[in-house]
Design a protein. Structure first.
Length: 733
């Protein structure tokens, strides 16, 4: 037996590879090749390996290396070449390679291989890191004795970088798999291969209870085949599906789950596995549902609120582009709700609203929307009524009648038997370019028309209504600006006695717009009353009038004039009105009797006790009162007697036809007679002709106002007029 592994008879080599023996060749170069110079068969096998193989003699000298090692040498230069050079000291050179490549465990390798060579151990193995040939490469060195009495060792070095990386990835994946999310892995057929502990915690199924089954074990039965079809379709096309799903736990409980399924694909893009991650969203879903409820539903009636209604309306308008059919929106307001709420309490009011909600729902079909906007306002949205406008209107009217009838029935509210009536405004809409708010406003406008028509009624919206509303809105906006930009003026219309001498004036407001145009008070005062703007406007008039009276105090021709201003109902009823007047009088040091307030009958009859109290307070401040437009209203002696009035003002409508209409003459005589009996002064307005004046005088009316004596004039012109005609209080005239 040869003691040198270089010997051609290097039989023990076969200990490591039978093929060597079969080939009969020895590693290491020419002596071991076949006679024709080709390498031996066994050596050819070693050369085919990716692993590096070296044969060492007992002293650690390299006897032979395979092709992989030769390639390594060629690629890695000096250190590799040296360590593997046949006849070199393997350990010395290999350790140099390890050091050069920043490898680790050099001493261990040295000792380990030495032990194998010395027969002190059967094998030695070490995985080491090295930055050659690439950074962070990993190798496994394995040394075994040649054996069977032969000295020396076979050293193999395998590149395990990939294997190590895979191991690492697997380790990470294993940790990642055990997250708080439930995980489930299936094969391409959807058969469950693996689940994690979180899955078990969520579903109640342990790994062995679901392995081999499909996720259908979790099916809640709440989703139809369409749902799963869409899921699979998404997985096939996008490789992913995520969404919410209802599943069933092992204990039978159905729960909502957030699920993400991802397809794992091979190089040919074929799905090999599916990985699902799932989380139980019972709690968060309950919270979101609650938020959704609060955001979109009215808590009292559980009906959709304004937000959801507008959303549905938007949707309905969108659908119109395809359907061409006509929809209806109804605005429903309860006529006497406020009174009921105030008298019977909010609990009873709430009960009424709940019962109204139920009745409305009962009047409608399933696809219709009944919403509560707040307070006693409900809205009904009916889609797809008809394609014919007449047909749609008829159907909407029928529904509205049904609602009217139903809401008119008595309500049992706790132990109260109550009645309530609705006013319903209906708008039909078929134009998808309209905005939801616009449609709602139209129905609201129509509802107001229903209220105006006496309540417990329904009205359809029409364009004329809309135009009026738009114009009024613009006017309101301009009025605010007018206040800011000081566009209001006071004009003065003289009031005279039978000699034509000035007794005083009526201050009449004028609105001079930026472009120089005038807007009539008859146009803007009613709107100002409705919107409340009459309050700042009225304050302005009061202030101006007092300032003017103050200025006249210093002018002998004007100092005795009495100035009348118009006071609107809203202004008169405001709490601080008396205070406002008091302060104005004090601010301008006005004596009693110079400021007269013109009130209309409608102010007086409404809540007469309060009116009398307010008038009395004002009277105590030295204010005079004239009852404007007298004769057009209630004119009852009964209340006239109780009011602290100073003057009745005969409405110009009676004056106008005095010359021709006998009955008007009779009315004027009656009024003057009444005034005398009540000890009141009487003045006629709208006097335009001498004939009118004469008839008035004949009927006992001795004070006049009208174009015959002077139109409403700006201050300077008015003062000139007074100076011309003289003041009634001036003894020189
Ligand atoms: N055809 C005719 N008309 C005559 C004649 N003499 C006076 N007039 C007009 O008759 C209206 C009399 O005022 P009013 O009945 O208080 O009716 C007033 C009053 O109700 C209201 N108004 C005017 N100024 C104020 C104000 O400062 N405050 C409030 N609250 N209302 C005001 O606006 C109404 C209309 O005011 P104006 O347009 O200024 O109209 C005034 C006046 O210009 C005449 O001989 N023939």
């Amino acid at each position: 037996m040869a003691d040198n592994p270089c010997d051609p008879d290097f039989g023990p080599y076969a200990h490591n590879c039978d093929l060597l023996q079969a080939g009969g060749a020895l590693p290491g170069g020419a002596p071991h090749d076949q006679p024709d110079g080709r390498p031996g068969f066994a050596w050819a096998v070693l050369d085919a390996l990716d692993e590096r193989v070296a044969v060492l003699d007992s002293s650690g000298m390299v006897v032979a290396i395979n092709a992989a090692w030769r390639r390594h040498v060629a690629a890695d230069g000096a250190a590799g070449a040296a360590c593997a050079a046949v006849g070199s000291d393997f350990l010395v050179q290999f350790l140099a390679e390890l050091d050069g490549g920043a490898g680790a465990g050099a001493q261990g390798v040295h000792d380990g291989v030495r032990d194998v060579l010395a027969g002190r151990r059967d094998s030695y193995s070490l995985a080491y890191r090295c930055d050659l040939p690439r950074p962070d490469s990993w190798f496994r060195l394995h040394a075994v004795p040649v054996g069977q009495g032969w000295p020396g060792a076979i050293v193999t070095v395998a590149d395990i970088t990939d294997a190590r990386r895979n191991e690492e990835a697997l380790r990470i994946a294993t940790i990642a798999f055990e997250t708080t999310e439930g995980m489930l892995v299936t094969n391409a057929d959807g058969v469950i291969l693996r689940v994690n502990q979180a899955f078990t915690a969520i579903t109640g199924y342990a790994q062995d209870e679901v392995t081999g089954k499909t996720p259908a074990v979790l099916s809640s039965g709440r989703h139809g085949p369409e749902f799963y079809k869409t899921m699979w379709q998404s997985l096939r096309v996008r490789g992913r599906w995520d969404g919410e799903i209802w599943n069933r736990r092992k204990n039978g409980e159905v729960y909502p789950e957030r699920l993400t399924v991802t397809a794992v694909r091979d190089a040919d893009q074929l799905a090999t596995h599916y990985v699902a991650s799932l989380s139980d969203i019972t709690l968060s879903k309950a919270a979101t549902d609650e938020i959704k409820n609060l955001a979109f539903y009215d808590p009292l009636t559980r009906l959709p609120n304004r937000r959801l209604l507008l959303e549905r309306l938007k949707q309905a308008l969108h659908v119109l582009s395809r359907s061409h059919s006509i929809n209806a929106l109804m605005f429903i307001d309860l006529d006497n709700f406020k009174t009921l709420n105030d008298t019977l309490g909010h609990n009873v009011g709430d009960m009424l609203l709940q019962q109204v909600a139920e009745r409305l729902q009962a009047c409608l079909r399933e696809g219709d929307t009944v919403a509560r906007l707040g307070g006693d306002e409900f809205v009904v949205l009916i889609e797809g009524l008809d394609i014919d406008p007449m047909g749609a209107a008829t159907k909407a009217e029928m529904v509205a009648h049904k609602i009217l009838a139903s809401l008119n029935l008595p309500y049992q509210l706790a132990h109260h038997n109550c009645r309530s009536t609705p006013s319903i405004g209906i708008t039909l809409f078929a134009d998808q370019r309209q905005m939801p708010d616009e449609v709602l406003v139209q129905a609201d406008i129509a509802m107001y028309q229903a209220k105006k028509a006496g309540r417990n009624a329904m009205r359809f919206f029409d364009q004329q209504m809309q135009d009026n509303i738009t114009a009024r809105a613009q006017l309101e906006e301009q009025m605010c600006l007018a206040l800011e930009q000081d566009q209001f003026r006071l004009y003065y219309q003289v009031q005279v006695d039978r000699q034509g001498r000035a007794l005083g004036a009526e201050a009449l407001i004028r609105w001079e717009q930026a472009d120089g145009g005038f807007v009539s008070p008859a146009q803007f005062i009613p709107l100002a009353e409705e919107t409340g703007l009459i309050l700042p406007i009225g304050d302005w008039v009061l202030e101006q009038a007092c300032a003017q009276l103050h200025a006249w105090r210093r002018d002998p021709a004007m100092c005795e004039l009495v100035l009348a201003i118009n006071v609107s109902a809203r202004q008169f009823r405001q709490h601080q009105f008396v205070e406002h007047v008091r302060h104005a009088l004090q601010r301008y040091h006005l004596p009693p009797g110079v400021l007269k307030l013109e009130l209309t009958e409608s102010i007086l009859v409404d809540n007469i006790e309060e009116t009398i109290a307010t008038m009395k307070e004002l009277k105590a401040l030295g204010i005079k009162f004239s009852l404007d437009d007298f004769g057009t209203g209630y004119s009852s002696l009964q209340y006239l007697k109780r009011l602290p009035l100073d003057q009745l003002k005969i409405d110009q409508s009676f004056v106008r036809d005095l010359a021709t209409d006998g009955s008007d003459q009779a009315i004027v005589s009656t009024i003057t007679g009444m005034a005398t009996s009540l000890n009141l002064d009487v003045i006629a307005e709208g006097v335009e002709t001498q004939v009118q004046r004469q008839r008035l005088e004949a009927a006992g009316c001795l004070h006049y106002q009208g174009y015959l004596f002077g139109r409403p004039l700006p201050l300077a012109e008015f003062e000139q007029l007074v100076r011309r005609c003289g003041s009634a209080a001036d003894p020189s005239t």
